[in-house]
Design a protein around this ligand. Structure first.
Ligand code: UDP
Ligand code: MG
Length: 315
């Protein structure tokens, strides 16, 4: 048998006071079971990252720590968003392997054991993939599925139906630490790290308590980040639109000359001026907007501000 490894479960939490009293005991139970069945070391932990919650989240984590020392916590100074909170956690563990998982138990924690087995068989990264979305609302399902399709068309290499439920070894985490981007979309970065990877499947459950912390705004931000951080297809698309419209207006001009000289008796020039004007105005705004998004990314990356700031820590 191989030497046992130390595991840390990494759990980002934002206003999860309703969920934590249910999920913390569950996570502890899973750790205990894995320890008992000699899969992981006894000093394995579960790390909760308080992503600037304004409810009792941090107090609950502290209380559970007093009862059970395998519960540890990290408190960020403000809300940095799920991706950054997760990164803060991953960059602050000293274990052989980590499994990142949401606080709401939607990702089935009972498959962690399978993930660890895949690690023992040589995988440095193990992706948790949901094969059943019946618990998601229709709009979420539709949004997610079309999003994966569009991303793949744009050449972004992400794994369909994999959120951020995954096992990463120390080696994979050290590599992840070299990716310095501020516009963080872990799902896009991790598949390009390399190493031997594998997949474990599970059914996504419904949230047991509290509400989704991903409102439409956060979801759209994440989606847009996924596209503009990994793909320049929208910029190339603009070039094609520009080319197409230029050729079209050339033809239109020719057509106008033909009518004037050979057919005659035409127009007072309203439609031919006003319609293209609005049309081109629209296209220009659109393209400027897309270019602006990319420039704003460069701006953020150049500033290289910290991606998370830690206020407090319980070990
Ligand atoms: N979360 C976070 N910061 C945020 C938003 C969410 O740390 O700004 C955490 C949240 O507490 C949960 C996980 O990220 O543990 C996933 O969020 P949620 O379950 O609300 O998203 P959904 O499952 O609806 O996509
Ligand atoms: Mg959830």
């Amino acid at each position: 048998m191989v030497e046992l490894v130390k595991l840390t479960l990494v759990v980002p939490c934002y206003n999860e006071q309703d969920m934590l009293p249910i999920s913390i005991p569950k996570f502890i139970g899973i750790l205990d079971e894995l320890k008992k069945s000699q899969v992981i070391k006894d000093n394995s932990k579960v790390l909760f990252i308080d992503d600037g919650s304004n409810d009792e989240t941090w107090n609950i984590i502290t209380q559970f720590h007093q009862l059970n020392s395998s519960v540890v916590g990290l408190k960020l100074t403000r809300n940095f968003g799920h991706q950054n909170a997760l990164l803060a956690g991953l960059m602050n563990v000293d274990s052989d392997i980590t499994v990142s998982i949401d606080a709401d138990l939607q990702d089935d924690p009972s498959i962690i054991k399978k993930m660890i087995h895949a690690y023992y068989e040589g995988s440095e990264i193990v992706f948790g993939i949901r094969n059943d979305r019946t618990s998601d609302s229709f709009s979420k399902k539709f949004f997610a599925q079309s999003y994966y399709k569009i991303l793949n068309k744009m050449g972004v290499n992400i794994i369909e139906d994999h959120a951020d439920f995954r096992l990463m070894s120390k080696k994979a985490l050290t590599t992840l630490a070299d990716f310095k981007e501020v516009n963080l979309f872990l799902r896009g970065i991790i598949p390009i790290i390399g190493y031997k990877t594998s997949r474990v499947y599970y059914a996504r459950l419904a949230r047991e308590a509290g509400e989704t912390k991903y409102n439409l705004k956060k979801m759209l931000e994440l989606a847009l980040n996924g596209v503009t951080s990994f793909s320049i297809v929208p910029l190339i698309f603009i070039v094609w639109i520009g080319l197409f419209i230029s050729i079209l207006s050339g033809i239109m001009g020719l057509w106008a000359l033909i009518i004037k000289f050979f057919i005659g008796g035409t127009v007072h020039g309203w439609a031919s001026i006003v319609v293209p004007m609005y049309f081109l105005g629209g296209i220009q705004l659109l393209t400027l907007g897309i270019i602006g998004i990319y420039i704003s990314k460069v701006y953020l990356e150049v500033k290289a501000r910290p991606r998370f700031i830690i206020e407090d820590e319980i070990k």
